[in-house]
Write a protein that binds this ligand. Structure first.
Ligand code: GTP
Ligand code: MG
Length: 496
């Protein structure tokens, strides 16, 4: 949020984004701060959404935005940094700088907001805050004790060490920056979370940047409009009015807007629609598929829109030279009958992320043998899709050339079968192998090795240089001098 220089400026509380590598303790610090038990509600303690919370310290409010640390959620981290006034970069003291720590630093620098370093997990053996600071300096992040300007604090979400100090640092930075909002401006801000609630409909968390938001206001984003039917604070308490910096939950959008979209207030729905027209963009980019290329169709249903983007990002990493992954539809909501119908028509798999299939969808899927798989954790979803892609490849039947035989003698010729003597001139040949018959370097027919003999004994295979007897069956009579190319067909274990 930029500082405003208008007329009706009022103080507003800081919006603080928590960034850092996966598992370094972002959610735990927030939990400790507000005792929100955020971690408990998450699958496996992994944050997969942005969460927004408001806390009060020494009579002053702070809005926190939690972000996920897993590499797939880069877009969410970048957005978090853009919406926020201050970033807290959490680094586990025993692990130090990791890839997403570096990535977070670059988001923070791009957003141009002040940062505070929280060196967390100080209670753990092996905690080495000095090493963390040295590693930071390599990234051009100089903390105060290293002669720089960036404040840092040693914390433990386990014992509570440094948590108060962290809050004080945040308030101190906020005081220096002196964040203001212009409440005379029409209300505007950013969507930080958005999903389709099965009971309440499109449910959106937003943070107001300027103006005042009231129940009944008309809102428009680049993808959707709506009228605020219900407005709640982040704990679900109904409110009539919201001021800047405060996270609020809004019900009333016609469908769930995209996370990160900006919103504005309009006089009426028509103006909102008109002004926002043309901003509509499809969620998925159309894929060009080469003729003959294999395709895995999937239909994706997710809990919140932010998940679609994160899933697309992990799926993009899967190798797709051999099988192209095509997301036919990616939507927020439960898996329903129409998803299964689409799957039947397009031979697609239906994948749910933190949603379930409703009963009629389950019944239809069972009847039509459509696969529905649901996940709570994004990497498990990605692994399952990889397995599905691999299965597509492994069902591929490939021809394996074995060797060549030159026919030296015909011992017996009957209808459709001959007993011949030959010499393996290349590779090796096997009983049961298919044959192509070549005469004067031209393919003239095909058959197979029904039986194979070497020195008058039945044998499974014969190698180059050896002579053998063959019971040949085929669509053409072979002659002395013909070359038989032996091959087998096998289903190849796929590699993506
Ligand atoms: N000992 C110790 N463990 C901690 C501390 N902070 C977090 N943990 C543990 O570290 C693990 C990860 O913590 P989270 O708070 O979920 O980490 P996160 O950074 O939010 O992770 P993502 O949201 O997945 O990026 C959990 O098992 C926590 O209990 C700490 O200060 N000390
Ligand atoms: Mg977390």
């Amino acid at each position: 949020m930029a500082k405003e220089k208008g007329k009706k400026l009022v103080d507003r509380s800081p919006v603080v984004v928590i960034l850092g590598h996966v598992d370094h303790g972002k959610s735990s610090i927030l939990e400790k701060i507000k005792d929100l038990k955020i971690t408990e509600k998450e699958s496996g303690g992994i944050t997969q959404h942005i969460g927004a919370y408001e806390v009060e310290h020494q009579g002053k409010k702070i809005t926190f935005i939690d972000t996920p640390g897993h590499e797939a959620f880069s877009a969410m981290r970048s957005r978090g940094a853009k919406v926020a006034d201050i970033a807290v970069l959490v680094i586990a003291a025993e692990e130090g700088i990791k890839p997403q720590t570096k990535e977070a630093v670059s988001h923070i620098k791009k957003a141009g907001i002040p940062m505070i370093i929280a060196i967390n997990k100080m209670d753990k053996p092996g905690a080495d805050p000095e090493k963390v600071k040295r590693e930071l300096s390599v990234q051009d992040v100089l903390v105060e004790s290293m002669g720089g300007k960036i404040p840092s604090v040693e914390t433990s979400a386990e014992t509570g060490k440094g948590i108060d100090e962290l809050l004080e640092l945040i308030l101190l930075v906020a005081e220096i920056e002196d964040f203001k909002a212009d409440v005379s401006k029409p209300a505007e801000g950013v969507i930080v979370e958005s999903y389709l609630d099965s009971q309440r409909g499109p449910t959106t968390t937003l943070i107001l940047q300027n103006g005042t938001l009231k129940r009944g206001d008309i809102l428009g984003t680049s993808s959707v409009v709506g009228k605020i039917r219900i407005m709640e604070d982040f704990q679900g308490k109904a409110i009539e009015k919201a001021l800047p910096s405060i996270p609020v939950v809004v019900l009333g959008f016609e469908s769930a807007p995209g996370v990160g979209e900006k919103f504005k207030v309009f006089d009426n729905i028509e103006t909102a629609k008109k002004e926002m027209e043309g901003f509509l963009k499809p969620v998925l980019e159309p894929l060009t598929i080469e003729p003959g290329q294999r395709v895995l169709n999937i239909i994706l249903k997710v809990d919140v829109l932010g998940s679609v983007e994160a899933i697309e990002e992990v799926l993009k990493e899967l190798p797709q030279e051999k099988v192209v992954l095509k997301i036919l539809k990616a939507e927020v909501g439960e898996i329903n009958e129409s998803d299964v119908k689409l799957a039947i028509g397009s031979k697609a798999k239906v994948i749910g992320f933190r949603v379930k299939a409703d009963l009629s969808a389950q019944n239809l899927a069972e009847k039509e043998k459509i696969k529905i798989i649901c996940f709570e954790v994004i990497y498990e979803l990605a692994q399952a899709v990889r397995d599905l892609l691999e299965k597509r490849v492994s069902s591929e039947i490939v021809r394996v050339d074995l060797g060549k035989i030159k026919i030296l003698e015909i011992f017996l010729t009957e209808k459709n079968r001959q007993i011949i003597g030959g010499k393996v001139i290349d590779g090796e040949v096997k009983r049961g192998a298919s044959l192509e018959v070549y005469r004067n370097e031209e393919k003239v027919g095909q058959g197979k090795i029904a039986k194979l003999q070497k020195e008058k004994k039945e044998i499974g295979e014969v190698s180059k240089g050896a002579e053998c007897g063959i019971l040949y069956q085929g669509d053409i009579e072979v002659e002395e001098g013909d070359i038989l190319h032996a091959y087998i067909k096998e289903s190849k274990k796929g590699e993506l």
